[in-house]
Ligand binder design. Structure first.
Ligand SMILES: *Cc1c(COP(=O)(O)O)cnc(C)c1O
Length: 377
């Protein structure tokens, strides 16, 4: 059998063909909201109204499905819009098992929106599969993984949680935003559905809000979710799809460079006298390091969290002194960011008050290290 193309080749070539009518190598942006009917009343060319689908969205969705190895993908207006689509798979009385550590917007959707719809939400410590197993009940229909998780980069054992999912006949969802398909392919471990905030590494330049949903094997589930995406009117707009498809060409190059930088910065911080503790799965003292080595490849992601010696005021002061790191939330882009996570998440946060979260970009590692060193002084 022919060898499968590598990840960089797929990033460049998946769903890319020269435009049939003009020969344009870069796909044109189709802004048209409506498409001409054929003389017989049909739509043999595949498009009718842009809420339903556009050439740019179709190209992006095919490319993302190829990167994750799923039967299909759907592009949404944000990562949280993807989560909402998945919560719509659950009915009142169903139960969702969710992680205690995860993106705070996701956890708010579970606590506030899902609970209001009558869905039972049981929170478990996903670093211990036994804790997840104990949370499962006969009503469990979905198990939600985020790995590495925000903000302490905890690692969940994908194979073990998928085994629990199979036993309980529940969908296993994995938020793969922090790893990207470059570092982790959840479908290989038996996950049913993958969610991404496309706003982060896929976009990679802090200029496009988006979400991506990948369905592993179940064609009927894909059809159902596509129908929901269309009925809810939350498909990603043509220009945003085009920006994402353009950025994905460099996804492998960017993510590998970011991961290499992140490892060096993690090592630097671990030896810095002003730092109490570093959280980065690439460091051997991270509790999830061995597991991350086993189920990730090509890198451990490019988010590095660390606690400084001191409290909230000292942590915030560091963010006022960096010159290259921009003081802003979000992650995944070419430029490095620093944020005081507890301030972003508000009073309900589980993030330690002295924790700073870094998103590492593609700048030269020496320059980023010098910047942090002067800011920590
Ligand atoms: C940002 C983020 C989300 C939400 O995505 P949006 O595109 O901001 O709606 C979900 N999960 C994780 C892990 C994230 O970092």
């Amino acid at each position: 059998m022919a060898r499968e193309p590598g990840l960089n080749t797929r990033c460049v070539h998946s769903a890319r063909t020269a435009d049939a009518s003009t020969g344009a190598v870069a796909q044109p942006i189709y802004l048209s909201t409506t498409f001409e009917r054929d003389a017989d009343g049909g739509y043999a060319r595949g498009y009718q109204y842009s809420r339903e689908g556009t050439p740019n969205r179709a190209a992006l969705e095919r490319c993302v499905a190829a990167l994750e190895g799923g039967v299909g993908a759907l592009a949404f207006s944000s990562g949280l819009a993807v989560n909402m689509a998945l919560l719509e798979l659950l009915n009142a009385g169903d139960q969702l098992v969710a992680p205690i550590e995860g993106y705070y917007g996701t956890l708010r959707q579970f606590r506030e929106h899902a609970v209001r719809r009558g869905i039972g939400v049981a929170f478990a410590d996903f670093t211990t599969p036994a804790s997840v197993r104990a949370a499962v009940t006969p009503a469990t229909r979905m198990i939600w993984i985020e790995t590495p998780a925000n903000p302490l980069l905890s690692i969940t054992d994908l194979a073990q949680i998928c085994a629990i999912g199979r036993e309980s006949k529940a969908w296993v969802v994995c938020d793969n935003t922090f790893a990207t398909p470059i570092c982790q392919r959840p479908l290989d471990f038996g996950v049913d559905l993958i969610v991404h905030s496309g706003t982060k590494y896929f976009g990679g330049h802090s200029d496009v809000l988006s979400g991506l949903l990948v369905v592993g094997q179940d064609e009927a589930l894909l059809t159902h979710l596509r129908d929901w995406q269309r009925l809810a009117g939350v498909g990603l707009a043509p220009f945003d799809c085009w920006l994402l498809r353009r950025s994905i060409a460099t996804l492998g190059l960017r993510v590998r460079a970011q991961c290499a930088n992140a490892l060096r910065i993690g090592e630097f911080l671990a030896s810095h006298p002003a730092v109490e503790r570093v959280y980065y799965p690439g460091l051997s003292d991270h509790p999830g390091h061995a597991l991350a080595r086993a189920q990730m490849r090509g890198g451990f992601g490019a988010v590095v969290s660390f606690c400084i010696i001191g409290g909230s005021a000292e942590a915030i002061a560091v963010t006022t002194r960096t010159r290259l790191f921009t003081r802003a939330t979000s992650l995944g882009a070419v430029e490095s960011l620093i944020e005081h996570r507890a301030s972003v998440e508000g009073p309900a946060t589980a993030a330690p008050q002295n924790l700073l979260r870094l998103s590492i970009g593609i700048e030269d590692a020496e320059d980023l290290i010098d910047d942090l060193d002067q800011a920590l002084r």
